[in-house]
Design a protein around this ligand. Structure first.
Ligand SMILES: [Zn+2]
Length: 91
């Protein structure tokens, strides 16, 4: 391992989990991007139920960002619900 990498790893341990320095932010963004885009399919197909499942499975890795799955699920649920409502009652 090159000295510069070893220094970076050692340096990271000195940073708190919520650290906002450029290195830590970049590292967190990588973690978030690593979490598969396929999780977005759950709220799209299962609506809020899928959002809850995706949130439950990814919250440890991406924290607050996992709530986006639930919001997408709820948004799709409302949109689909409105369309069905309009189709049924012709409003
Ligand atoms: Zn940091």
């Amino acid at each position: 391992m090159p000295i510069s990498d070893r220094y970076r790893d050692w340096d990271r341990e000195e940073h708190p989990p919520a650290c906002n320095c450029a290195d830590c932010v970049e590292r967190r963004m990588k973690e978030i991007r690593k979490v598969s885009w396929a999780w977005w399919l759950l709220p799209i197909f299962l609506m809020w139920i899928g959002g809850l499942i995706a949130w439950g499975c990814t919250k440890k890795k991406i924290g607050e960002r996992a709530k986006d799955y639930i919001w997408l699920g709820i948004a799709i649920f409302i949109i689909v619900g409105t369309i069905i409502w309009m189709a049924l009652f012709g409003i």
